[in-house]
Design a binder for this molecule. Structure first.
Ligand SMILES: *Cc1c(COP(=O)(O)O)cnc(C)c1O
Length: 328
């Protein structure tokens, strides 16, 4: 099948063609406008306020060995965000759950990164009044992705502290999962300029806030702490609280200063994209004895064990034919 736009663009400058390669889309299945589609076909209008104004909320849950991990908590957070933004997706929680499950089942992925999104959408009359917009619900399942690659999981990530200040809670409610990422992206470029692999940005008081899509924890003399304010309340962060509670490890949410970070025995970050991930360098200096620490290792092991626990995870029913597709 020929694509008339790509064909007629033979003489166009390279810049026109460079976004045309559909093969670069991850393998997966999306749901939008009542249909299930290959990822390469899931597209929205450039007039959608989600794109034009970052007027959107979303959530990401992962699937591991064919089971959703803590889906209920992700649905709670997503629906709470919809309420705060006065959005209506037109489907209830049970339907969202079955749409997500169907995206995963159709994709055949046994380990997946599953996103649910609501954008403000567009108004049929191009009105500037957000109340006139028809909100858009999109979901998709793609292969599981991680902030840290396997080598970084083993030796620990190298992070840099950016002087960039995360958008303050008085501007945007940080507990609402959102796409206001210009501060986080600036943090990443600051980190790359210092030869680090990822970034931490500051809160409005000058303490450590979080990184691009992850929360941070520091361990010192056996005590663990994580920032309380100006952060997204991650479900992985919550899982660390739950596991520390079970193990009787002392953990508190309180300010984490730059010097707390630099004096830490261990540091780890948490995200649905990768779970609990070790950090062994901050601004080029080694953390603790430079190895992944024992508390980080212990928590990571238990976190992954919980993925088999029916209290923390729920099975997906795949069509029989696709059971083995990911291993094939
Ligand atoms: C999603 C996200 C996190 C991590 O939350 P999880 O629920 O653990 O994936 C942390 N910070 C920001 C800004 C995020 O968007």
């Amino acid at each position: 099948m020929s694509d008339p736009i790509v064909e007629s663009s033979a003489a166009w400058p390279e810049i026109v063609k460079r976004h045309k390669d559909a093969s670069t889309y991850p393998a997966g299945v999306a749901y939008m406008d009542g249909q299930y589609l290959p990822m390469s076909e899931a597209k929205i209008s450039v007039l959608d306020w989600g794109f034009l104004h970052s007027d959107a909320t979303y959530d990401t849950v992962h699937v591991w060995n064919g089971r959703f991990f803590r889906l209920d908590l992700h649905l709670d957070r997503f629906f709470s965000g919809l309420g705060k933004l006065r959005m209506d997706i037109g489907v209830d929680r049970r339907e969202v759950q079955s749409i997500l499950e169907k995206c995963v089942a159709l994709s055949g992925h046994r380990s997946a990164y599953v996103e649910m999104i609501c954008t403000r959408g567009t108004s049929p009359t191009f009105s500037r009044d957000p109340r006139n917009a028809v909100n858009r619900f999109i979901a998709f399942a793609v292969p599981f992705g991680s902030v840290a690659n396997p080598e970084q999981m083993k030796r620990g990530l190298h992070v840099a502290i950016s002087q960039t200040v995360r958008i303050p809670p008085a501007s945007i409610d940080p507990t609402l999962k959102n796409y206001h990422w210009l501060d986080l992206v600036k943090g990443l470029f600051d980190a790359y300029d210092q030869n680090a692999e990822t970034a931490l940005v500051l809160d409005y008081k000058g303490n450590i806030a979080e990184g691009p899509g992850f929360n941070v924890f520091v361990v010192r003399h056996g005590k663990i702490k994580t920032p309380a304010e100006n952060v997204l309340l991650g479900i992985t962060r919550r899982s660390v609280f739950d596991i520390c509670g079970e193990l009787g490890l002392p953990l508190s949410a309180e300010p984490v200063s730059i010097s707390d970070l630099k004096a830490a025995d261990e540091i780890f970050i948490t995200s649905t994209a990768g779970g609990i991930m070790p950090v062994t360098r901050v601004d080029g200096e080694v953390v603790g004895n430079a190895d992944v620490g024992p508390i980080t290792t212990r928590l990571t092991e238990i976190y992954w064990q919980k993925h088999e626990d029916p209290a923390w995870s729920s099975p997906i029913s795949y069509p029989v034919a696709s059971q083995e597709s990911e291993r094939a």
